[in-house]
Design a protein around this ligand. Structure first.
Ligand SMILES: *Cc1c(COP(=O)(O)O)cnc(C)c1O
Length: 356
């Protein structure tokens, strides 16, 4: 006897990257920021008293959302805090997609999207990205033709790191009949001039996902937020979200993290420097690596190399270095490598190049 809904019984769950307990493992597989969170966050952790834990937290995560409002120059009605960016994805689906109606995604992208669509009983309408990982010209028209209510677009793109400019995002928002959710999980590592938040004032169907997991080195905290026009934010903030999905600790520490921009920016700059070095060295070794604006590189293994991507992944793992290998038609001959500290990247490069 099973009590699961049919749709749940038949779906496959999300497979997270490995999280080894051995601290000696060099983890370049889940795109965590290799640098520690701001010292102000660690200080804030010591100031949480029993009273803050006894009481329910601020329902809207007021401390961190006030910081976010100042940071992005938006008002509170244009922000909603969530339990990680992942919860915002789930809430956007709940709020904007009638069950059964399709959800649009670019292929390939974040493998959680189809899982969330399956839970919602919605088919996924996939549009393949171009050979340079950009949406094809007919992207929006295809989504509209399929009756897509919500399009999920990760920018910078995962797993390639390719960044679409703000005017491209704006044109897509104009062309799409449904909601466009731009998943900016990695945007902190992009060119500092890149900013699409101003577009929420011009497009009533544009929502932006942010997370403190990557840019602020707080993946363990589980804190993300949405930025969008009040018409998109309000139904989530007042109806579909759980009242207390962001806990008091996350609210308090998240506020400290956003308030310390200089510490976060220093880590982003360090990641950019190492990303450039990693990209350059991999290219010299014959890998094809698109320009990445995220904290990872997607490297296609050179043809005729002594080992294929799956073997390289396994060989690195044997040496205590984890990267990500996706066994899908388009990505099978690639490795996705998170940018680590200089020492971690040196270890990765030494081990990888030795196996070629
Ligand atoms: C990491 C990530 C998120 C959000 O992660 P959270 O840890 O839940 O904030 C969203 N989209 C993509 C593509 C990601 O890689």
């Amino acid at each position: 006897m099973t009590y699961e809904r049919d749709i749940i019984r038949h779906m496959a769950g999300y497979v997270p990257g490995e999280q080894p307990t051995d601290p000696g493992v060099i983890k370049l597989n889940t795109n965590e920021n290799p640098w520690p969170p701001s010292p102000r966050v660690m200080e804030a952790l010591t100031t949480i008293g029993a009273e803050a834990l006894r009481r329910y937290p601020s329902p809207g995560a007021a401390a961190v959302m006030n910081e976010a409002a100042a940071l992005h120059g938006v008002n509170r009605s244009q922000l909603v805090a969530t339990n990680g960016g992942d919860e915002l994805l789930r809430l956007a689906i709940t709020t904007f997609v009638p069950p059964g109606q399709p959800i649009g995604i670019a292929e390939p992208s974040y493998s959680l999207y189809p899982v969330l669509a399956a839970i919602h009983d919605s088919p996924v309408h996939r549009v393949a990205l171009d050979s340079d990982w950009a949406p094809p010209a007919e992207f929006a028209a295809e989504m509209n033709r399929a009756g897509v209510a919500l399009t999920l677009l990760v920018n910078p793109h995962a797993p390639s790191g390719r960044l679409l400019a703000a005017d491209v995002i704006s044109a897509l928002a104009d062309a799409l009949q449904g909601v466009l959710l731009v998943d900016e999980a990695y945007v902190d590592f992009a060119d500092p001039d890149h900013d699409v938040t101003a577009l929420i004032h011009r497009h009533d169907n544009l929502m932006i996902l942010r997370t403190l997991s990557k840019g602020y080195s707080l993946a363990g905290l589980r804190l993300g937020y949405g930025i969008g026009p009040a018409g998109l934010i309000e139904p989530i903030a007042t109806k579909t979200r759980d009242s207390y999905s962001v806990d008091a600790v996350a609210d308090h520490l998240g506020a400290a993290a956003l308030a310390d921009q200089s510490s976060a920016r220093a880590s982003w700059a360090a990641v950019r420097d190492e990303r450039q070095r990693l990209t350059g060295t991999l290219r010299e070794a014959g890998f094809t690596v698109p320009d990445s604006q995220a904290n990872f590189c997607l490297a296609r293994v050179p043809e005729g190399a002594a080992a294929g991507a799956a073997q390289l992944y396994a060989g690195l793992k044997d040496q205590g270095i984890l990267v990500r290998h996706f066994d899908t038609p388009r990505l099978r001959d690639h490795l996705r490598i998170s940018v680590g500290t200089p020492a971690q990247n040196d270890a990765l490069l030494t081990a990888l190049l030795a196996m070629l």
